[in-house]
Ligand binder design. Structure first.
Ligand code: HPA
Length: 279
């Protein structure tokens, strides 16, 4: 058995010894969006540092724990914070939580993040449904011995972000009157923000929003056959697109302001996904 798979099974064992819960929908809550989990009827929580071998997030705005609970009657696991490559973690550790969520039983994965807008039609405060991704500038989490229990050696990537989930989320945002962009997310390692020249290059490559997470998680989830969707909160426009230098403070202020709308969109989307796709 590969060391990677052994470590994952150990984490799963540690989770099972502490928590008896089987989520159907799993959520990864990005920078500044973690408070969403407080609106769930929480039945238990588990700090990452209490799971043996689990990577612990050090990023600002990331609480570092799993929340387990219910939205209506829907069992949900939410990650309040994630780990990133820029924290020094190997990409296999970065996606370990996603693999663990699958072992827990999650069928649908909702990835969220704060991202910089690259598309000139976007503005800070917008939400973007992720249609596709560019992960060519970050290492693939599938490099190394393939864990066949998780998925195939060469995995199809033609629809990482499930079309049916995207339709439901778009219908939900229309029902709620929430404006939703749809576009391509590009992941970079960070932690430095981009230069204006890099933002121009990523726009030429077809990216609409840029961030430091998510795409490698999308690959790992897709490898395991999970249904995946993703929503970015455009916390700022990309470097060079406004007069202002970029800062983490700006990212957190905007995600805080967007939090009530995010909560509305998320709550209703989860219920609609459960009723229209899972049930
Ligand atoms: N670039 C990269 N990551 C980000 C940004 C950005 O402009 N905003 C939020 N996360």
């Amino acid at each position: 058995m590969s060391r990677e798979y052994e470590k994952l099974l150990k984490c799963y064992q540690s989770f099972k010894e502490q928590i008896d819960f089987q989520p159907v929908i799993a959520l990864v809550l990005g920078s500044g969006l973690g408070n969403y989990a407080d609106g769930i009827k929480i039945v238990s929580s588990l700090y990452y540092h209490d799971i043996e071998g689990f990577p612990v997030s050090t990023a600002p705005g990331h609480k570092g724990r799993f929340i387990f609970g219910y939205l209506r009657d829907i069992p949900i696991a939410a990650m309040q914070g994630r780990v990133h490559c820029y924290e020094g973690y190997d990409v296999h550790d970065v996606v370990l939580p996603i693999r663990l969520l699958k072992l827990m039983g999650a069928k649908v994965l909702i990835l969220t993040n704060a991202a910089g807008g690259i598309n000139e039609q976007y503005k800070a405060g917008d939400f973007m449904l992720i249609r596709d991704q560019i992960a060519s500038f970050v290492p693939s989490p599938l490099i190394g011995e393939n864990v066949k229990e998780l998925g195939p050696r060469f995995c199809d990537m033609s629809e990482v972000y499930d079309k049916d989930l995207r339709v439901v989320i778009k219908e939900t945002s229309a029902e709620l009157g929430i404006h939703l962009q749809e576009g391509v997310y590009i992941q970079l390692t960070g932690p430095d923000f981009e230069t204006p020249a890099e933002i121009k290059m990523y726009r030429m490559l077809g990216a609409d929003a840029v961030g430091m997470s998510t795409a490698c998680e999308g690959i790992a989830a897709n490898h395991m056959g999970m249904k995946v969707c993703g929503i970015s909160c455009i916390s700022n426009m990309g470097s060079g697109m406004t007069e202002n230098p970029l800062s983490q403070q700006e990212v957190e202020e905007m995600t805080d302001r967007a939090a009530p709308v995010f909560k509305k969109l998320m709550n209703k989307s989860i219920v609609n996904i459960f009723d229209r796709i899972i049930n």
